[in-house]
Write a protein that binds this ligand. Structure first.
Ligand code: GAP
Length: 511
């Protein structure tokens, strides 16, 4: 059993490999850094998360349609989008450990430590004053809190100014002034900070002289922008309307850590919402609320999520925030919500020479719509679901089990059909039940080992229901249904199994 969150996370990573959820890529060659393959259960879970997102976007919003654009795009796309010039991370090396870091992350971690001190101070006071505690007043008057808050504000504003001015020596100076040390060598022997472009490039064309350089897309969003006109015209769309898509994105991340949290090849689920200029802040708030509701529909505790406003805005945004999730290694970005203005469409207009405008029949005029984007990483959603679901439990009889309490509608395998013994006609009966449900749900038939061992195997992959066929089934047509989380069993008519499954496995309704 894990003693702390760090152990729990390590156990989760091993569990993912042992039970066919996630494997290191090309493992027989010792793997490829920050690239992973999804196994037989992992790909089912990933498909289910993707489908839930897709249906929530396209079915629940009559004015959002989905597309599937190519990964390869004309190279000018990335010039127009600003990625060639501005999709950089500031990088710094420690000369002693030879370790490479993102300078912004070193500074953010330092800020997080100071914020941790503030929060400690607040929670100590909360315990001391009990009911009478007024947090707002305490934060605005306590000298130690004020002093630390002033430090945070100064660092954030220095950092923002340095990044806005692309002044990498000023970024380094912040690291020097804050006396940040390398976590590995413990020294302050830093190189200068350099900007590093995160796009991967490759060649298209068979003859080297004719070949042109292409980028692997670092975000799926541009496939939507370049198809704005196609979808608007062919779909007879009316502003406000959205275009959604899911697909692979590639980034040459400087520091790729924490399993599938930060990968070099990953999948995004993005939606661009085209709105009338001047209404974008209202839609930005709408999408913040709507997306938070979607995350909460998973049924995880509501304090697992929080919003985090961006201090340094991307080159295309006039407002941006993250929905952060409480991963085992702390609160981290799960989804970004960005008000992208008309930056992308205007820039594609300028580079392509094509008019990318919407004709508003009510105003009787054309304009370039503004865009509010929602962008969530599928792999991060996968990690959020698994890390919240992974549970090591000690049972009443002293034994232990590992159970994945995956929301039932997302579980890779929905039910296991288990004949109690491998004789007396029970396997045949179990096969009959399996045949009746397998077209609608991914199910497993398992007759090997004791029933207890079979339950444990299903718990470990998160199967919500085990349907057991025993001798009584042959007499009265009933089966037992065993529920994964409570381990409770109920005896039901076999004919009702599919109705029970429909009720238990339906996706939640989001109002
Ligand atoms: N189109 C906007 C955009 O790409 P982003 O904040 O850079 O915005 C959106 O990325 C989401 O994509 C993030 O919130 C995260 O869930 C996911 N993501 C970004 N980089 C990732 C990486 N290296 N590995 C896994 N997921 C990543």
């Amino acid at each position: 059993m894990a003693a702390n969150n760090e152990d729990l996370f390590k156990n989760l990573v091993s569990h993912c490999k042992e039970y066919g959820f996630v494997f290191p890529s090309s493992e027989i060659y010792d793997g490829l850094s920050a690239v992973y393959d999804y196994g037989q259960y992992g790909s089912e879970l990933k498909n289910n998360i993707r489908a839930y997102w897709w249906n929530s976007m396209t079915r629940l919003h009559e004015n959002i349609v989905g597309i599937d654009a190519a990964i390869f795009m004309h190279p000018t796309t990335w010039k127009a989008s600003g990625h060639v010039d501005a999709f950089n991370d500031p990088l710094i090396d420690n000369k002693d450990s030879k370790k490479r870091y993102r300078a912004d992350v070193l500074i953010e971690e330092h800020v997080a430590k100071i914020e941790g001190k503030i929060n400690k101070e607040v929670s100590k006071a909360k315990d001391r004053f009990g009911e009478a505690f007024n947090e707002e007043q305490f934060r605005s008057t306590n000298p130690r809190v004020l002093e630390n808050q002033a430090k945070v504000d100064t660092i954030n504003s220095r950092f923002k100014d340095a990044m806005d001015a692309s002044d990498m020596s000023a970024v380094k100076q912040i690291i020097v002034d804050l006396e940040i040390v390398c976590p590995v060598s413990g020294t302050r022997n830093w190189t200068d900070v350099r900007q590093f472009n995160l796009m991967f490039s490759t060649q298209m064309g068979s003859v080297s002289e004719d070949a042109s350089s292409l980028y692997l897309r670092p975000e799926t969003a541009q496939g939507i922008f370049v198809n704005f006109l196609n979808v608007y015209k062919t779909g007879r769309m009316k502003v406000p309307f959205g275009i959604a898509q899911t697909g692979k994105a590639f980034r040459n991340e400087i520091v790729a850590r924490q399993f599938i949290f930060r990968m070099r090849e990953f999948e995004q689920m993005e939606m661009q919402y085209f709105v009338k200029p001047g209404t974008e802040m209202q839609w930005y708030e709408f999408w913040k609320t709507t997306r938070m509701k979607w995350h909460r529909s998973m049924g995880f505790s509501s304090d697992s999520y929080r919003f985090h406003d961006h201090i340094k805005l991307a080159h295309y945004a006039n407002a941006a925030c993250d929905i952060e999730f409480m991963f085992p290694f702390g609160f981290k970005e799960l989804e970004g919500i960005h008000s992208r203005t008309d930056f992308d469409l205007k820039s594609h207009e300028a580079y392509s020479g094509k008019k990318l405008q919407y004709f508003d029949p009510e105003l009787n005029e054309s304009y370039v719509p503004y865009v509010v984007e929602t962008s969530v990483g599928l792999d991060r959603m996968f990690l959020a679901v698994l890390s919240h679901s992974y549970c090591e439990e000690k049972l009443e009889d002293g034994s232990e089990r590992v159970v994945l309490r995956i929301p039932s509608f997302l579980a890779p395998v929905k039910a296991a059909v288990l004949p109690l013994v491998k004789k007396d006609g029970l396997p045949e009966k179990a096969r009959e039940i399996m045949a009746a449900i397998k077209a609608d749900y991914l199910c497993q038939y398992d007759e090997k080992d004791s029933i207890g061992k079979r339950y444990r195997r299903q718990d470990a992959i998160g199967t919500p229901l085990c349907i057991t066929v025993d001798h009584q089934t042959l007499e009265d047509g009933t089966v037992t249904i065993r529920h994964r989380d409570s381990m409770q069993q109920e005896r039901v008519d076999a004919a009702k199994v599919s109705v029970i499954m429909y009720d238990l496995l339906r996706a939640p309704r989001i109002d």
